[in-house]
Ligand binder design. Sequence first.
Ligand SMILES: Cc1cc2nc3c(=O)[nH]c(=O)nc-3n(C[C@H](O)[C@H](O)[C@H](O)COP(=O)(O)O)c2cc1C
Length: 398
Amino acid sequence: MKLEKDAGNSAEMPGGLSQDKASSFSSTGYSKTSPSTIEQILDLARWAPSGDNTQPWWFEIIDERHIVIHGYDTREGCVYDLDGHGSQISLGALLETMAIAASSYGFQMHAQRRVHFPQNPETSLIFDVHLIPGSRIQADPLVPYIKTRMVQRRPMNARELSPLEKAALESSIGERFRIIWLEGFAKRWQTASLMFSNAKLRLTMPEAYKVHREIIKWGDNKGEEGVPAKTLGLDPLTLRLMQWVMGSWQRVEFFNTYLAGTLAPRIQMDLIPGIACSAHFVILAEREPESIDDYTDAGRAVQRFWLTLTKLGLFMQPELTPLIFATYARNRVPFTKSKQKEREADKIETRVNQLIGADSSHAVFMGRIGAGPPPTVRSERLPLKALLLVREYHSSKY
Ligand SMILES: Cc1cc2nc3c(=O)[nH]c(=O)nc-3n(C[C@H](O)[C@H](O)[C@H](O)COP(=O)(O)O)c2cc1C
């Protein structure tokens, strides 16, 4: 499900709720001119990362200590959001960001997912978030990095990670997760070539083309939602060519069949960056994740990891798609009309298993990490106002 968050398109909003309009929000007591503490916390939290920058959440402020997060997943229109897991990880990252932001205002955060909500299908995730004041609550040292954290898709400085950096990153994710580091030239090459093959699958699959067309923002579009093309890591010529080719699936097919159309993007976006990094990493849960809460917990750990590496002056690019295709293949979940693509996903699964080893089904996140320089372009976010919902009528559901 793709929710358009533009004002005026409220058709798919949660029942009984509409987007904040200047008049209604002030009726809850929050001033337009000086934002309340809760608004300031949400204003920071909206910088949490989400897959393809979909920001699959809305905020309903109940009172100055209680927020309801209306999350949703994008599995219906996005082949990468297998069973909603990507969105669930993103919602976990949002919760962690909110908790960190709340600490800077002297609050501890408590979040509870509504599990027995009768009209809550698996695709919409509702969380009650309560802020609990405490005189001894200290600002989390990760607060300053909430807004500076960003994805780096270009080649990075490949210096080795120091033992201190690795220790800080390993402790950032808590005891229920562990990291496998894929370091040294041989492992980086093995992972880069996996990413290179995986990208061929992605770039030649009509189901993925649909997603790329929707999320890539060309030209000077600042990408309040979605991904600005300039953050993809392509040179300007390839970028322009890709924009033209992606204008229709027929062009994509022609280019891929007769002109090796995926070669330049895969070299620039997967092979070179896959080598030009300090290491690849895989975050594994202590057991195979199954429930929504397993994935939101993983998202919380991922965000602490990402903010910690930002604090260390490092950069990161998630590499989730091989894990996603491997899971499709492992669980025999249909994801494409093409038998050929299914066979390619089977091969990706074999290579993921070789790379990660026995516990590959425990993997919740994967990426590459390295040193500067920082990205020159970044994804923006929807303004807070576009994410706020107000209740239009009292419903017995809540
Ligand atoms: C669950 C999840 C999966 C992601 N997967 C990928 C990925 O496979 N490749 C990639 O380049 N970025 C990936 N990203 C990064 C997002 O695209 C990025 O965080 C988002 O566009 C916002 O940009 P920012 O992190 O620079 O603020 C992922 C992020 C999340 C939270």
